[in-house]
Design a protein around this ligand. Structure first.
Ligand code: DGT
Ligand code: CA
Ligand code: CA
Ligand code: ZN
Length: 573
């Protein structure tokens, strides 16, 4: 399918048009088209061949012609002409947090800034300050934005890693020579960000599997091509390693390659105490100067040989480790199937892409009992926050939808802005009419630690607030967490019975696992929500579950594992 490449092209086209001061309606049409094509469930090429391109929402005559040109020739001349005026690399400059199309254009036209490197130089040499109205503070923001961006590019978010690993595994699995294949490393541990992808395979013909691996279409560069170990880079500049392992020690190798390194070190120390040895080549009993291989074909057998319970990959980190080494039963961690609903999602009432009804149907199809549409509140204009009048209309619409649905309940929620003084965007009268209220900070990230903490604490103390959304406000690769006194927030949250959200959106994962682990020990309860802005994004839940498991959370720690009836009690309804 060429859908993604085409959507990327239209997106870049729109951005270049925006930089070149094209009419905003035209620019928006390109963005909309890109969005719609990227979320098509069907191959755009088949749609074209069936003469149905015009049926895709937002595709007019001019766009249709460009799409056909792309599908026929692989290029679009109008786009290429545009890149002669403004080089494509200017678009990278827009990726820098705090730099949008306006600034990218200004820097390009006035200072000839064509890339992120150019921008960094211009900022460091003080040349940005020659532009009128540009202050040192903006320059500082740009420099720290570049630092975050380059750091973020070193590690990918878990959704990207999962997609790339899935593409490799999917293709290799089809080979009849492949008996077993797994992703190991930080991806298997569900770490919030992933450095590189580690795969291992048990195969009847290792050479053949290696040859296929290095010649897959995703591969841009082969870094190593051996008989048992190869390493490649993809077009996204992601490293993927593949190891071929003999079946009878596959479990030991999977254990080793899953890590973490800190966990492996502890495991080796434990083995020594028991006169055993653990390595990627097997679990061994030491007998004098001889080593006897113990059953090592699965991880389960390896843990058993070591006298331990099976340790879920998410727990193989440094935190909470003492409990791991006693051999006693570990708590049953929360799983995806424990969740009964999602309480933080958006509809077309604010900046979501699907209607309340579409979101509800999709949630019901996932097996949920309930869904809350928690659209943004009035003041968040950039996200089309819901006015009080529209909120009343939404409540009515939800009542109607609930009459039609069987075995499923839509809740009217809101993600309410917490302002700089800790006040909420709707008054108590409005808040009292909502089923669910999650309060979030979307502004004033640069305020002091004290002030940000005060805002969150004040929100917890509001009797209508059930939960705090994405408590740290970070965007992986874009914006660091703001500073808060998390200990204080946890105390007040536990005290007031306010739940803290684990936001499952892969560029947020906020709370992260370390903070969720800490909060659980402080007696806090949690929600795991997706913050979905479309029906597709309801599937983000698995990432939040990964965070919850890494934080040692069980079903009872998480409010949205409750049945609808029990949830109502908790909501105070
Ligand atoms: P990443 O890729 O930075 O997100 O993190 P990991 O954990 O995937 O690390 P990676 O790819 O360097 O190595 C994969 C696993 O292999 C790691 O979790 C544990 C194991 N491993 C790698 N190098 C060493 C080592 O020097 N000592 C030990 N004990 N284990 C290692
Ligand atoms: Ca790795
Ligand atoms: Ca690796
Ligand atoms: Zn939010």
């Amino acid at each position: 399918m060429k859908n993604q490449q085409l959507a990327d092209l239209l997106m870049r086209f729109g951005q270049l048009l925006e930089i070149s001061d094209e009419n905003p309606f035209k620019v928006r049409a390109y963005y909309k088209a890109a969005e719609n094509i990227s979320s098509l469930g069907e191959d755009v090429e088949l749609i074209w061949k069936g003469d149905r391109l015009a049926e895709i929402p937002g595709i007019g005559k001019a766009l249709e012609e460009k799409i056909i040109e792309y599908l026929q020739t692989g290029r679009v001349q109008a786009y290429e002409r545009l890149t002669q005026e403004i080089p494509e690399s200017v678009l990278d400059v827009m990726e820098v947090p705090s730099v949008g199309p306006k600034k990218a254009k200004l820097f390009f036209k006035e200072l000839g800034v064509k890339s992120v490197d150019d921008l960094k130089q211009a900022a460091e040499q003080g040349r940005l300050l020659t532009l009128s109205g540009l202050k040192q503070k903006t320059v500082d923001n740009i420099l720290s934005g570049i630092a975050i961006l380059t750091e973020g590019q070193k590690r990918m978010n878990i959704a990207t890693a999962m997609e790339i690993a899935g593409a490799f595994i999917g293709q290799l699995k089809k080979l009849k020579e492949v008996r077993r294949i797994d992703a190991a490393g930080s991806l298997r541990r569900c770490k919030e960000t992933i450095g590189d992808i580690d795969l291992l395979v048990d195969a009847s013909d290792p050479q053949k599997v290696m040859d296929v691996f290095v010649s897959l279409p995703e591969v841009k560069k082969i870094q190593a091509h051996g008989e048992t170990k190869s390493s490649v880079r993809t077009y996204e500049n992601v490293q993927v390693d593949l190891r071929v392992i003999p079946g009878h020690v596959y479990g030991a190798a999977l254990l080793h390659l899953t890590g973490s390194q800190a966990f492996n070190v502890r495991l080796r120390q434990l083995a020594i105490k028991k006169e055993m040895k653990v390595s990627e080549y097997g679990i061994f009993q030491i007998q004098g100067d001889k080593e006897k291989l113990l059953p090592s074909e699965t991880e389960e057998k390896c843990f058993e040989a070591l006298g331990l319970c099976f340790v879920p990959p998410e727990l193989r980190e440094e935190i909470g480790e003492e409990e791991l080494w006693s051999g006693e039963k570990l708590p049953k961690l929360v799983g995806l199937s424990d969740l009964k609903g999602d309480l933080h999602t958006h509809s077309t009432y604010s900046d979501g892409r699907h209607s309340v009804e579409q979101m509800a149907q999709a949630a019901q199809a996932l097996g949920y009992e309930y869904l809350a549409l928690s659209d943004h509140s009035a003041k968040l204009k950039v996200a089309r926050g819901v006015s009080q009048e529209d909120l009343l209309r939404k409540i009515k619409e939800i009542e109607m939808i609930n009459k039609k649905l069987k075995g499923f309940r839509v809740l009217c929620g809101s993600e309410v802005e917490i302002d700089s003084d800790g006040n909420l965007d709707y008054n108590d009268n409005v808040l009292s009419q909502l089923d669910f209220v999650i309060a979030s900070v979307h502004s004033g990230f640069e305020q002091s630690k004290d002030q940000l903490t005060r805002r969150l604490v004040a929100a917890c103390r509001n009797k209508y607030v059930h939960a705090i959304g994405h408590p740290f406000g970070r965007h992986i690769g874009k914006r660091n967490a703001y500073e808060i006194d998390f200990n204080e927030l946890c105390k007040v949250a536990a005290d007031t019975g306010t739940w803290l959200e684990i936001n499952s959106c892969p560029i947020r994962l906020d709370l992260d696992s370390a903070n969720a682990y800490f909060a659980r020990r402080m007696g806090v309860r949690f929600l795991i929500n997706t913050d979905a802005h479309s029906v597709e994004q309801l599937s983000f839940m698995k990432f939040g579950i990964g965070v919850g498991r890494r934080a040692w959370l069980t079903k009872k720690d998480i409010i949205n594992t409750l049945s609808l009836q029990d949830l109502y009690k908790e909501l105070g309804k």
